[in-house]
Design a protein. Structure first.
Length: 321
């Protein structure tokens, strides 16, 4: 198990695309800057999709350019196709993620493309990146969506998953991400899927996972991921975005709770929990009607808790004063 874990904040993309209100651009910038100041080193700032489809993310190019000015921050973005990838590269994204649903029915519903068409987009993106100078190439992730199950097709055969993972790597991807799009994952399936996909594309190509907390297993699934050597976990501040599959449940893992658990295990995230929790004020002020989740924000840190990121509980601070 690695002692240093990368938290990739996806709230500005996955959280905002799931809600109706449109967060003002200046508030997005304040959110991203505040999280970076708290020690978050990778943020998925948006998605390069047509504004008519996701007006919440219409300013992604501007947000990407702004985030690039923050020292030490890896700026990530989701792209649905080669056109979106070209826009992301032009805006300066350090990392781009192309989702490929292993369920073809879901792929058609989500991207309006079958597997062959998405893989062709991946090949075009791979060629586009390869044509850039080495120092200007973004990291290219192919994300296997619905890899733990699909609401339209149910469980997807390992053989199909392995074939698609191999095809993505052959198209020029640097890594394969695993995404629990529907919240179906459990610790056993996480361990199995990581080992299986690594057996196809190699250990170094599978380092991260996107998990949901739809049925309350988000952090348990993170522990399973740690057991098999994953080092990158996606999460959203306050679990922003909700979940259409289980009303009242957080869709994304709550970043604050994830950081607390990892630091409690003696792992380093580099994130100051107190400063991270304070970022919630930006969202509650701008999105007063959107629920935010998280136990740490409500209960506070335990007495004497010290994280590698720098937080120490208020009670302990008072004792030391």
């Amino acid at each position: 198990m690695s002692e240093r874990i990368l938290i990739s904040e996806v709230g500005p993309r996955d959280g905002l695309q799931s809600i109706r209100p449109i967060l003002p651009t200046d508030v997005k910038k304040a959110w991203i800057a505040a999280e970076a100041a708290a020690g978050v080193t990778e943020i998925e700032v948006g998605s390069f999709v047509p504004a008519k489809l996701l007006p919440q993310l219409a300013d992604t190019a501007e947000i990407t350019a702004y985030a690039r000015t923050i020292p030490g921050l890896t700026v990530a973005a989701l792209v649905p196709n080669a056109k979106g990838a070209a826009a992301a590269i032009a805006a300066g994204a350090h990392k781009i993620t192309l989702p490929l649903s292993v369920s073809e029915a879901h792929s058609l519903a989500n991207l309006r493309r079958n597997h062959a068409q998405v893989l062709e987009e991946a090949r075009q993106i791979g060629a586009m990146i390869a044509a850039l100078p080495p120092e200007g190439r973004p990291h290219f992730e192919g994300s296997l969506s619905t890899v733990f199950g699909c609401t339209l097709e149910g469980n997807i055969a390992d053989g199909q998953i392995g074939m698609l993972a191999e095809a993505l790597m052959a198209s020029g991807c640097d890594e394969i991400g695993l995404a629990d799009t529907t919240g179906y994952a459990n610790p056993a399936s996480v361990r199995h899927m990581v080992r299986f996909v690594r057996g196809v594309v190699g250990d170094a190509a599978v380092t991260g996972i996107h998990l949901h907390n739809t049925r309350g297993l988000g952090l348990a699934n993170v522990l399973a991921g740690l057991e098999v050597g994953l080092t990158t976990f996606d999460s959203s501040l306050g679990g922003l975005g909700g979940c259409p599959f289980a009303p009242g449940a957080s869709g994304n893992i709550v970043t604050e709770d994830l950081v607390f658990m990892l630091e409690s295990l003696g792992l380093s995230t580099g994130i100051d929990i107190d400063r991270l929790v304070a970022v919630r004020d930006i969202l509650t002020g701008a999105l007063p009607d959107e629920p935010l989740y998280g136990f740490v924000a409500e209960a506070g840190l335990p007495l004497g808790f010290v994280s590698k990121g720098g937080s120490i509980s208020l009670e302990r601070k008072e004792e030391m004063a």
